[in-house]
Write a protein that binds this ligand. Structure first.
Ligand code: KG4
Ligand code: ZN
Length: 342
């Protein structure tokens, strides 16, 4: 493959409830990254309140960008391009980050790069900081498991920016299932980390929850599992038994992890790929990470926890490859709240 040119990217991410910016050097080396979380604001509603998210982005975006450039000891004049998440996500949130990026690019005469949030999650596996030992670079062809709050997909990548979607969820995303089950169990928002914490003291074999294997396809389904947990909760409540929250959480989590792990490995073997990349908020889940670690004959790339949930470093990484491979955008681009990866 031809060597890609060096370039510094300022990236902005505002697709949901994090206002984030990052400065990245040549696709991998992260010079600075800032994530302003709105989690506390939304926690009282039990989920992200879109109108509130948009207003919070407006308040945070300028200080977050200024802080990010200052931490890198740089100005906008030191950048080669400005990238921003264009979609998928909440329209009122995306528009704040994309317009900030447009203003910066126009003012500084820099190219603008619109990035798909989902490709960002995959490219999180490329990142490292100056103080870190660079992790091995993922090699193509690779199998990318993308597990976030809104998406669950298996993509076969033969080269940069080339996404061949083999399968996806037919109903709930894995993160969505964690969030819904957390609510059923009375655990606080955000659901994934709450379920994981509750599960630590539970027995993953306490309840035999169903696994939707969807044999012969690379698709997923988690709504049946969620309904099985709901039924069990109702049964226990009717019988007056106090809810064994830890056991329910652990048994649910084990079912999700087993399906994600087994189906990804099966697809990797079927397509003869040796590199596996995992990204998205659910890739922060410890049992999921542990399931993939130490797989003989495969190189598994899972980003550090700070790059699993939403951040702008991952958008900068994907933005770099878009920029370096000539995929820049004009000022007329708009947000795409629904923007499939492939
Ligand atoms: O990628 P992300 O931050 O935002 C989206 O692009 O959707 O993913 C958020 C999702 C939420 O559903 C959240 O519950 C889940 O990731 N999540 C987790 C964990 N941390 C976040 N799920 C399971 N275990 C975790 N530790
Ligand atoms: Zn995300």
């Amino acid at each position: 493959m031809t060597k890609l040119p060096p370039a510094r990217i300022l990236a902005i991410e505002t697709s949901c409830d994090e206002t984030a910016a990052a400065v990245l050097e040549t696709g991998r080396l992260l010079l600075s990254s800032t994530v302003a979380s709105q989690m506390e604001v939304h926690a009282r509603y039990g989920g992200v309140y879109p109108e509130v998210a948009s207003r919070q982005h407006v308040l945070a975006i300028v200080p977050v960008v200024e802080e990010t450039l200052a931490k890198a000891h740089m100005t906008i004049g030191d950048m080669d391009a400005v990238a921003a998440t264009r979609g998928p996500g909440l329209a009122g949130s995306l528009v704040v980050g994309l317009n900030m990026a447009k203003g910066l690019a126009l003012g500084a005469g820099l190219p603008l790069v619109g990035v798909n949030h989902l490709e960002g999650h995959i490219y999180a596996a490329w990142l490292y900081r100056p103080e870190d030992e660079p992790p091995p670079e993922p090699k193509f062809p690779l199998m990318a498991l993308l597990v976030s709050g809104g998406h669950t997909e298996l993509n076969l990548m033969e080269s940069h920016l080339n996404y061949n979607r083999l399968g996806a969820t037919l109903d709930d995303a894995a993160g969505e299932a964690f969030d819904k089950v957390a609510r059923l169990l009375g655990l606080p928002y955000p659901g994934g980390p709450s379920v994981e914490a509750a599960a630590e003291k539970g027995d993953p074999a306490a309840f035999k929850f169903p696994r939707a294997w969807l044999e012969g396809t690379d698709n997923f389904s988690f709504s049946g599992l969620k309904t099985a947990v709901l039924k069990e909760v109702k049964r226990l409540e009717t019988s007056g038994t106090p809810l064994p929250v830890a056991d329910l959480a652990a048994s649910f989590q084990a079912a999700v992890v087993e399906v994600l792990f087994e189906k990804t490995m099966k697809a990797a073997r079927a397509y003869g790929v040796k590199d596996i990349v995992i990204g998205g908020g659910v890739s922060a889940n410890t049992p999921l990470r542990e399931a993939f670690m130490g797989q003989k004959g495969f190189r598994v790339h899972i980003p550090p926890l700070r790059y699993c949930t939403d951040n702008a470093a991952m958008v900068a990484a994907a933005g770099y490859y878009r920029f370096a491979l000539g995929h820049t955008d004009g000022m007329e681009i708009d947000v795409l709240p629904t923007w499939p990866l492939s």
